[in-house]
Design a protein around this ligand. Structure first.
Ligand code: ADP
Ligand code: MG
Length: 935
C-alpha cells in the first residue's frame, strides 16, 4: 500500500471509501495507523480532532436561551397580563399599565432563569451519561470518552458496548451486534474481520462493519474507527432520533389537569366578580380589569414549570449523592419505590475481592497472607517454589482465562489491575504467587474464547501452546504426558466459572499427586461439599477446568470432558454502609430483595450479615422455572433472597412484583439485564462495572455501584415530592383565600342588611401584587425545604394516589377559607368604621397571612419550632424582602398608584397579628395530627 500523505486523507471519508471491501491491514494503512496495538499517537489524535471535529452528534435537543425566553413570553399567564396592561393603557390608567408591565418583566426574568438553570442541569446530566471506550493510544490502552475518538483510533470491544463510532472490525471473537436502530433487524448479527468483495452491500450485509449507536451483544474484538460524529451512518439519520422529546411525568400530567381545572374556575370566578361589581354600580372597564387580575390570581400557570425545575434541580442533588438520573420522571418515581431488588456482588458487598483460599484435590492452601493492596509483585517467594503442578495449572488458568489487564500507575513504575473485580482479584493472586504474565501471554497467546455470560456463569478461553519452553510449566507438561493426554494437540482450553456448573462439564479430575482420575459421584460430592463450606462462609468461589483440543474456535458444545483442577475462594466483605441502608429501607417501608447470580450459601451469608429477612431461606433461580405466576407471587411474599439467578429471572420477578402493585427498583449490569431494567419502574445500572447497554436501558446510574446510593436517591425523591406537594398546598390554599376575599366581599353587607356601597375588596394592582410578589416568592422557597425528619420513617406513598390525597385537599380548603375570612372580617370592620384605609388593611393582612401560612406549611406534622424556625434561609430572605416591599408600598410614593393609604402603627401591628392566626390554626392542626398518628 502506497504511503498517503496526511493531506490526502479525504475530509469526508464516507463518500469515497468502501471500508468493508478493504482488508484490515489496508484499512489501517489508509488511516495511517502503523499497527493496531500501537494505535495513534496522542499528538496525531489531537491533529485529527481539529481536522474532523469532536465525535458527537450535533445536539438539537437543547433549548436555546432565546427559545426559553420566547416560551416564557408566550405563556398564557404572561399573555393575559399583557392584555391587562394593554387594556389599562386603553383606559388611560398609565400607572397600572406600567406596574403590570414591570411585574411581567420580573415574572418572565424569574421564569427564564429558573428554566435556564433546569435546562443546563439536564444537559450536564446528559453529558455525564456518555459512555467511554478503551482505545489504543501510543501503544497503551486508555479509557476515553466517545467524543475524543478520531478516525484511525483502534478500540477494544466487548459484550455490552454501545458503539461510539462507525468501525471496521479488525478482530472478532464471536463478536455479535444488535443493529436494529439502523437496520430494523432485531436478531444480533455475527461480525468478522474478513474483507467482503462486493462494494454495494446494504448496511446489514456488511458483516465486517460496526455502526455508531448499535450494541455489541456478545463476544469480544478490535475495531478501527473509520467515521465519527455526523459522518457516521447514525449521524446521517440523527435528526430523526433527536426529534423525540421527553414526555410529561405522571405528576406533571396530573398537575396539568389540575391547572386546567383551576383555570376554568378562575374564568368563572372572574365573571362572577365582574357581575357583582356591575350590580354594585362599578364602571364596566374597571371591573373587567379586576376580573382579569383575579383570573390571573387563580390560574396557576407557574405550576408545570415549577415541577420541571424542581425535578431537574432534584436530579442535580441526587448526582451529588452519586445517583445519575437519566430520565427525569425517575426523580418523581423514586419517591414512591416500595421494593428495591439489588445485586449482591459490588452493590451490597465492597467488590474489593481478595483470594484467600485455593483448593486443589482436597489440599487447601491458605492465601490469606496475600496482600489485598494493589501491590503486584510476588509476595510469597517460598510459595512460588513449593507449589505443585496442579496448583501451577490452577494459577495459570486464572491468569489466562481472565479479561482484567495491567495498567501502569501514573508517575510510578508500579502496575495496577483493571477490569471486573472478580477477575482483578484472580489476576492479582496469580501475579502475587509468582506467575509471570508477560511470559505466559507470549507462550500461550489467546486465540479463541467463549466470553463470560451471567446466564452460563462461566467462560472459556483457548490458547495456542508451543512446546514447553517455560521452566515453571515444565512439571505440568510432564504430568500431562503421564496422564496420557495427547499433548500434540496444539490448543489449550481453560474454563473458569461457578463450581457447580463446571462440574457438570467435567469428566475427570486431578488428584493430590497430580494423577488423572475419572470424576465419580464420590469426588463430585466431596468437591461440592468443599464448595459449600467456602460459600457458607460468604466466599465467592470459582472453579477452573481445562482440556486440550485441536481447533481454536470452540462452540458451546465443546465445553465437555473437561479436567477439573481446583477452586479459588475469594472474600468480598459486605459494605458497612449497606447494613445501615438496609435498615433505613425497612424503616421506610421499602422491602430490600437480593437477586444474585452467586451461590445460594454465599448469598445467604451476606444476606444475614446485612439483616435481610429470609437469609436462611434462599431461593434458587432454577426453582423459579417450574413456578407459574401465582406460585411466584406467593414465593415473593415470603422470600427476599434469590441466588443462582439468570437475567431472565429478573424480568419475571419484576413483573410479578409489579402485578402485586409494588413500585420496583431493579439493579443490573449486563447486556441481558436490559429487559428487566426497562421493565422496572426504576431501572438502576452500575456505573463502574455496568455495560453501556445496561446504562442505556436504565433510569438511573449508580456512580459508585453502591446499594446505599439507591436508598439515598429514594430519600431525595421523597423530599422532592414532599416539596412539590408543599408548594401546591401553599399556593392553592393562598389562591382560595384571595378568591374568597374578592368573591365573598358582598356577603357581610348582605348579612347585616346593608347596601353594597363598595363592591370590590381589592384593586387589580393589589391583587397582582399579592399573587406575584407575596405568593410567588414564598412559593419558590417552599421547594427548597430540606428533608422532613420522618421522610425515611414513613411508608412509601401509594403510587395511584393523587396529589391532593391524604387529607391535603381538606387542609387546603380550610386554610384558604380561614385566610378569606380574616381578610374579609378586617376589611368589613374598618369599612364600617368609616376608615379610608380599610382596603389597605385587607391588602396588608392578606400579605402577612401568606407569610405566616408559608412558615406553617413548611412541615406537615412537625411544629415550626421543632424543625428550626430559621432552617430555611431562602424563605427568610424572601420574607424579609417581602416585608421591605410591603412597607415601601405603604410608606413610599408607590402608595399612590397602588391605591393604598399609609397605615397608623397600631393598625400595621394589627395586620401582622391577624396574619399569625393562620399560623396558630395550622400548628394546632399539626398537634391533633401528631396525636392521632401516635394513637
Ligand atoms: P453476581 O454479580 O450477582 O454475584 P454474576 O451473574 O456476575 O453474579 O455471576 C454469577 C456467577 O458466575 C458467579 O457466582 C461466579 O460463579 C460466576 N462468575 C462471575 N464472574 C465470573 C468470571 N469473570 N469468570 C467466570 N465466572 C464468573
Ligand atoms: Mg456480577
Amino acid at each position: 500500500m502506497a504511503q498517503i500523505s496526511e493531506l490526502e486523507i479525504p475530509l469526508e471519508l464516507n463518500n469515497d471509501i468502501q471500508w468493508h471491501t478493504l482488508a484490515p491491514g489496508e484499512a489501517l494503512a489508509l488511516l495511517q495507523v502503523d499497527s493496531a496495538a500501537q494505535g495513534l499517537s496522542e499528538a496525531e489524535a489531537q491533529k485529527r480532532v481539529e481536522r474532523y471535529g469532536p465525535n458527537e452528534l450535533v445536539e438539537h435537543g437543547l433549548k436555546s436561551p432565546f427559545k426559553i425566553l420566547w416560551e416564557q413570553l408566550t405563556a398564557v399567564m404572561v399573555l393575559i397580563l399583557l392584555a391587562a396592561a394593554g387594556l389599562s393603557l386603553f383606559l388611560g390608567k398609565f400607572l397600572e399599565a406600567w406596574a403590570i408591565l414591570a411585574i411581567v418583566a420580573l415574572f418572565v426574568l424569574l421564569g427564564f432563569f429558573q428554566e435556564y438553570r433546569a435546562e443546563r442541569a439536564i444537559a450536564a446530566l446528559k453529558k455525564l451519561a456518555v459512555p467511554c471506550s478503551r482505545v489504543y493510544r501510543d501503544g497503551m490502552v486508555k479509557e476515553l470518552p466517545a467524543r475524543e475518538l478520531v478516525p484511525g483510533d483502534v478500540i477494544l470491544l466487548e459484550a455490552g458496548n454501545i458503539l461510539p463510532a462507525d468501525l471496521r472490525v479488525l478482530e472478532s471473537a464471536n463478536l455479535r451486534a444488535q443493529e436494529s436502530i439502523l437496520t430494523g433487524e432485531s436478531e444480533p448479527v455475527e461480525k468478522s474481520a474478513a474483507a467482503l468483495p462486493s462494494p454495494d452491500l446494504t448496511l446489514s450485509e456488511r458483516y465486517n462493519m460496526l455502526y455508531m449507536g448499535t450494541q455489541v451483544t456478545y463476544g469480544r474484538g478490535l475495531g478501527l474507527v473509520v467515521q465519527t460524529g455526523m459522518q457516521t451512518e447514525l449521524g446521517k439519520i440523527a435528526t430523526l432520533i433527536q426529534a423525540v422529546r421527553e414526555s410529561m411525568t405522571p405528576l406533571q400530567a396530573q398537575l396539568d389537569r389540575v391547572g386546567k381545572q383551576l383555570a376554568l374556575a378562575g374564568v368563572i370566578v372572574a365573571l362572577l366578580v365582574i357581575m357583582i361589581g356591575i350590580y354594585g354600580g362599578e364602571v364596566l372597564s374597571q371591573m373587567i380589569l379586576t376580573g382579569i387580575s383575579l383570573a390571573v390570581a387563580v390560574i396557576p400557570e407557574g405550576l408545570p414549570a415549577v415541577v420541571t425545575v424542581t425535578l431537574a434541580l432534584g436530579a442535580q442533588k441526587m448526582l451529588k449523592r452519586n445517583a445519575l438520573i437519566r430520565k427525569l420522571p425517575a426523580v418523581e418515581t423514586l419517591g414512591s419505590v416500595t421494593t428495591i431488588c439489588s445485586d449482591k456482588t459490588g452493590t451490597l458487598t465492597e467488590n474489593s475481592l481478595t483470594v484467600t483460599v485455593i483448593e486443589v484435590a482436597g489440599t487447601r492452601l491458605d492465601m490469606s497472607g496475600n496482600s489485598p493492596l494493589s501491590q503486584l509483585e510476588p509476595t510469597r517467594e517460598s510459595f512460588k517454589y513449593e507449589r505443585s503442578a496442579s496448583v501451577t495449572l490452577l494459577l495459570t488458568g486464572i491468569a489466562l482465562c481472565n479479561d482484567a489487564w495491567l495498567e501502569p500507575v501514573n508517575g510510578t513504575d508500579q502496575f495496577q489491575a483493571i477490569g471486573d473485580p472478580t477477575e482483578v482479584a484472580l489476576l492479582r493472586a496469580a501475579v502475587q504467587s509468582g506467575i509471570n504474565l508477560e511470559k505466559l501471554h507470549q507462550n500461550l497467546p489467546r486465540v479463541g474464547e467463549l466470553p463470560f455470560d451471567s446466564g452460563r456463569k462461566r467462560m472459556m478461553t483457548v490458547h495456542r501452546w508451543t512446546p514447553p519452553s517455560m521452566e515453571f510449566l515444565q512439571p505440568v507438561f510432564r504430568f500431562w504426558r503421564n496422564w496420557g493426554i495427547d499433548t500434540t494437540q496444539p490448543y489449550l482450553a481453560i474454563n473458569k466459572g461457578a463450581v457447580d456448573v463446571l462440574l457438570t462439564l467435567c469428566s475427570s479430575y486431578l488428584d493430590e499427586g497430580g494423577n488423572l482420575h475419572p470424576l465419580q459421584a464420590g469426588q463430585r460430592e466431596s468437591i461440592m461439599a468443599s464448595n459449600n463450606r467456602l460459600a457458607a462462609g460468604g466466599m465467592r468461589v470459582l472453579g477452573v477446568a481445562f482440556r486440550l483440543c485441536d481447533k481454536p474456535d470452540l462452540t458451546l458444545s465443546d465445553e465437555r470432558d473437561l479436567i477439573y483442577v481446583g477452586m479459588i475462594g475469594m472474600v468480598d466483605p459486605p459494605r458497612p454502609e449497606a447494613k445501615q441502608a438496609v435498615i433505613s429501607c425497612i424503616n421506610a417501608g421499602i422491602r430490600p430483595v437480593m437477586i444474585t447470580g452467586d451461590h445460594p450459601l454465599t448469598a445467604g451469608y451476606i444476606a444475614s450479615e446485612l439483616g435481610f429477612s429470609g437469609g436462611d431461606a434462599v431461593i434458587n433461580g432454577a426453582d423459579l422455572d417450574d413456578l407459574d405466576d401465582l406460585q411466584l407471587a406467593a414465593i415473593l411474599d415470603e422470600h427476599s433472597v434469590f441466588a443462582r439467578v439468570i437475567p431472565e429471572h429478573k424480568l419475571r420477578i419484576v413483573e410479578a412484583l409489579q402485578k402485586k402493585g409494588e413500585v420496583v427498583a431493579m439493579t443490573g449490569d449486563g447486556v441481558n439485564d436490559a429487559p428487566a431494567l426497562k421493565k422496572a419502574d426504576i431501572g438502576v445500572a452500575m456505573g463502574l462495572t455496568g455495560t453501556d447497554v445496561a446504562k442505556e436501558a436504565a433510569d438511573m446510574v449508580l456512580r459508585d455501584d453502591n446499594f446505599a446510593t439507591i436508598v439515598a436517591a429514594v430519600e431525595e425523591g421523597r423530599v422532592i415530592y414532599d416539596n412539590l406537594r408543599r408548594f401546591i398546598n401553599f399556593s392553592v390554599a393562598g389562591n382560595i383565600g384571595k378568591v374568597a376575599i374578592m368573591l365573598l366581599w358582598p356577603l357581610p353587607f348582605m348579612l347585616f342588611g346593608l347596601p353594597l356601597t363598595a363592591s370590590v375588596a381589592l384593586l387589580p394592582l393589589q391583587l397582582l401584587w399579592l399573587n406575584l410578589i407575596t405568593d410567588g416568592l414564598l412559593g419558590l422557597s417552599m421547594g427548597m425545604e430540606g428533608a422532613e425528619q420522618d421522610v425515611m420513617r414513613r411508608p412509601p406513598r401509594s403510587p395511584g394516589r393523587g396529589i391532593f390525597s391524604g387529607g391535603m385537599g381538606l387542609h387546603i380548603a380550610w386554610v384558604g377559607l380561614l385566610i378569606g375570612f380574616v381578610g374579609l372580617a378586617v376589611g368589613f370592620v374598618y369599612y364600617r368604621a368609616g376608615q379610608p384605609y380599610w382596603q389597605t388593611m385587607i391588602f396588608t393582612t392578606a400579605a402577612f397571612l401568606q407569610i405566616f401560612q408559608a412558615l406553617a406549611t413548611r412541615s406537615t406534622y412537625q411544629s415550626l419550632f421543632s424543625i428550626g424556625v430559621f432552617s430555611n434561609r431562602v424563605m427568610w430572605f424572601f420574607i424579609l424582602l417581602i416585608a421591605v416591599l410591603q412597607l415601601m408600598a405603604l410608606y413610599s410614593p408607590m402608595v399612590i398608584f397602588m391605591g393604598l393609604k399609609p397605615l397608623p402603627p397600631f393598625e400595621l401591628m394589627l395586620c401582622v397579628g391577624l396574619g399569625s392566626t393562620v399560623f396558630i390554626a395550622v400548628e394546632i392542626e399539626k398537634i391533633i395530627l401528631r396525636r392521632r398518628r401516635k394513637a
